[in-house]
Write a protein that binds this ligand. Sequence first.
Ligand code: F0G
Length: 421
Amino acid sequence: MADLELPETPDAPEVADDGVWLHCIECGHEHPPFDDIIYTCSNCGGLLEVRYDRYPTFEEFDGRGVWRYNVALPFEAGVTLPEGDTPLHRVPRLREEIGVRNLRVKHEGMNPTGSFKDRGMTVGVRVAQELGVDRLACASTGNTSAALAAYGARAGLQTLVLLPAGKVAAGKIAQASLHGARILEVDGNFDACLDIVQDLADRGEAYLLNSLNPFRLEGQKTIGLEILEAFRVDHGRFPDRIVLPVGNAGNTAALYKSFRELVAGGDLDEDDVPKLTGVQAEGAAPMVEAIEEGLEDTRRWENVETIATAIRIGNPVNAPKALPGIRETGGTAVAVSDSEITAAQRDLAEEGVGVEPASAASIAGLRKLREEGTVGADEDVVCLTTGHLLKDPDAAAAAGSDPESVANSTEAVLRHLTGDE
Ligand code: F0G
C-alpha cells in the first residue's frame, strides 16, 4: 500500500543529485533523479515521487508564476512561456446560488496554452533537457498534447502525441498541430493511448511526459501553493476545500503533495489543509467508485463516455497517490452528469469566466455536494477550472445560443430585434 508520509528531517540518500531524488511510494526504494530514465520503480513497479532534502516555506517564495516556487522544484528555472500566476476569480452570483461562505474560481485556462498542463511541462521539459533526450511523447485527451507541443517547440525538441481518434476537442488538436507535434490518432480511448506510449518510452523511443512522470507533478504542485497564498491575502485564512475535475488524477496527487511538503516543513498546520474534492463525469468515474467503495486502487473502466472529453479516462494511473490525498484531507469524490456539467459551464460563462466542459465539472460537483449537505454553508471553497473555453469551441457553441441570420440593413436588424418581421 502506498506510503506518502514525508520524514520530518529529510536526509538525502546517496543517490540524490543536489538534494533531489526519486522515491518509490510503494517499496520506499530511492533512485537517482537524472542518471537513468525511469518513470516507475525499477524494484517493484510502484509510482515514484520527487523528494528533496528540504521543505519549502511561504517566506522563501519570490517572483511570479510557476518559478516563484523554485525552492520547491528540482531546478531554479525552466523552459518558460511563462506560466502560472492565474486569476482567482470571484463569482458572487454563483456563490450566492450555491450557498457557501466564499467561492473563488482558480482559472487555469489562463495559462499560455490554455490549461494547467503548462505548469507541469515547464518543469518536465527542463528535466528532458537535463536527461539529454531528443523526442518527447505523451498520450492525451488533448490538453497535455497542446502543452507538450508548445513547450517541446520552445525547447527545440521533437514531439509525438497519441490521441484517442474522434474524441479530442478541436482547439487542442489545432494547438498540437501548429506547434509542430507529430499527431497519431489511435483507434481506442486515452487509456489505450497511454498503454502504447508507456511501451514506447520503455523501449527508449521517446521521453514520456504524461503525469506518470513524477516531475510533471512538481510543476502542477504550484497550483496548490498559489491558491493558498492568494486566498490568505484576500481572506486571512486558507480555504476549507478545493474542488477539482479528475481524469488521470495527477493534479489531485500534485495538490496533495504541495500540502504535505508545507505541513512537513512546519509552515502549514495539518488542520488547515484544504479538503481535496474530486469530480468526475458519471460516464468515467473510477475514482468516485474507489472512494465510495473504499478501494485501495481504482478498477479500470473499459468503456468511458462524457461530453467532458478531457476527463474521459477509465484507468487513472495516479490513483495510488490521489486516493490517499482525498481521504487524508477529509475530502470526497462525486460524479456529475453531462447536463449538470453543461449547466455549470453556462453559469460560469454568465460570470464572464469561460471554461471547457471538464473544468465546469468542479462547479457542478460542488453544487451537488452542497445540495446533499456534504459541503456546509460556512465553507470557503476554491473550484479549479482547468482549461479555457476555446479549447472546445464545439461544446461552447452547443451550450450557448445559436447565431441568428438577418438581412443586410439597419432596418432589418431593428425589425429582427423587436420581433416585427
Ligand atoms: N481538466 C482538464 C481540462 C484536463 O485536460 C484534464 C486532464 C483534467 C482536468 C484532469 O486532470 O488527469 O490530472 O486528473 N487532461 C489530460 C490530457 C489527461 O491529456 O490533457 P488529471
